[in-house]
Design a binder for this molecule. Structure first.
Ligand code: TYM
Length: 330
């Protein structure tokens, strides 16, 4: 009865990468056994940059199927599509009135995306972290499993919860980030100093969790490393560090163990074995995905049921919020 609540979400853009899987989704999976977990395909977040409607529609269902394919089980957790639960937008408006323009403008992601989309610096882009705070706070969330890039957004969610609680009285649980010690930032295969990003135009930079085995092998073989010949985890070896992190995450073996086994075996053998381990981990996901995506009605029925459950919890929080701030009961 007293299980903690876990909440997280993923944007349905590009493809679900090995970075998303290792940094976040694989932890969602473990947590569904122990906590009250609520996971969402956050389609409203994706609107902050221009999307092609037919592609977005396809991606939303595809991401939903992918989450089920990795093993998230609607019997164990709530899985839903964000736009199916209108309470997210309602709470966002209210939280907007407690967010300073200065703090939203300081968000690194806002600054980066404003640089990248100079012709479309819209209000939604700035409001993005407030919508994210609403996602989390609506469900009285204790823990938010995310990769390192979401840390700053999480801090804003905490600040907003504390601010609101201080002005009125305890209303929201103040959420804690859950960022893994290892794998919180999986890097690009072609530019290992930067994050593997699902919207990267360079297809060799990312691995989609449903890439076919040959493609995975070829991308890993092409991965940028360095001119030394030693497999070792240390500063200055971004490419090898990244491959070791990936290898460790998909095989369950420690980085130390792998580094000592492969130290002098050469990069070709090392990359081959990293590739095989990734293929072995992802193969079953790809198969389940193909079955699931063929049954749109089933996916929609799971999404509908998830949205009903989520909405019930969200309504309760929203009623509390309305009361605290002085709105009149319906
Ligand atoms: P998104 O869709 O960009 O990514 C989904 C999750 O994957 C993590 N991640 C990574 N982890 C390790 N290495 C990487 N290269 C990598 N790339 C992405 C992200 O940290 C994230 O956990 N704003 C969020 C979505 C969101 C959300 C929320 C998350 C909306 N509302 C509420 C938690 C709670 C985002 O854009 O994630």
């Amino acid at each position: 009865m007293n299980k903690k609540t876990v909440y997280s979400g993923i944007q349905p853009t590009g493809c679900l990468t090995l970075g998303n899987y290792i940094g976040a989704v694989s932890n969602w999976l473990k947590m569904q056994e122990e906590y009250n977990c609520i996971y969402s395909v956050v389609d409203l977040h994706a609107l902050t940059v221009r999307q092609e409607p037919a592609e977005l529609r396809k991606n939303i269902l595809s991401f939903f199927a992918l989450l089920m394919a990795v093993g998230l089980d609607p019997q164990k957790c709530i899985l839903y599509i964000q736009s199916h639960v209108p309470e997210h937008c309602e709470l966002t408006w209210i939280l907007n009135c407690y967010t300073y323009i200065g703090e939203a403008g300081r968000m690194t992601q806002f600054k980066e995306k404003s640089q990248r989309h100079k012709n479309n610096i819209n209000m939604g882009l700035m409001d993005y972290p407030v919508l994210m705070a609403a996602d989390i706070l609506l469900y009285q969330t204790h823990l938010v499993p995310v990769g390192a890039d979401q840390k700053q957004h999480l801090e804003l969610s905490r600040d907003l919860a504390e601010r609101f609680n201080n002005i009125y009285s305890p209303t929201f649980v103040v959420p804690e980030p859950y960022i893994p010690k290892q794998g919180a930032k999986i890097c690009s295969l072609t530019d290992p100093a930067s994050k593997m990003s699902k919207s990267d135009e360079d297809k060799n930079a990312t691995i989609s969790i449903i890439d076919p085995p040959e493609l995975i092998m070829s991308k890993i073989k092409k991965a940028v490393t360095d001119s030394e010949k030693i497999v070792e985890y240390r500063e200055g070896k971004d490419g090898i560090n990244n491959l070791l992190t990936i290898f460790s995450a998909v095989s369950g073996r420690t980085i130390e163990e792998l580094a000592s086994e492969y130290r002098d075996k050469g990069y070709a053998k090392f990359k081959n074995d990293v590739g095989e381990a990734v293929v072995e981990c992802l193969c079953p996901i790809r198969q389940r995905y193909q079955e699931l995506i063929a049954d749109k009605n089933y996916l929609l029925s799971v999404a509908r049921e998830g949205a009903e459950k989520a909405s019930r919890i969200a309504r309760k929080t929203l009623r509390k919020v309305h009361r605290k701030i002085g709105l009149v009961e319906r």
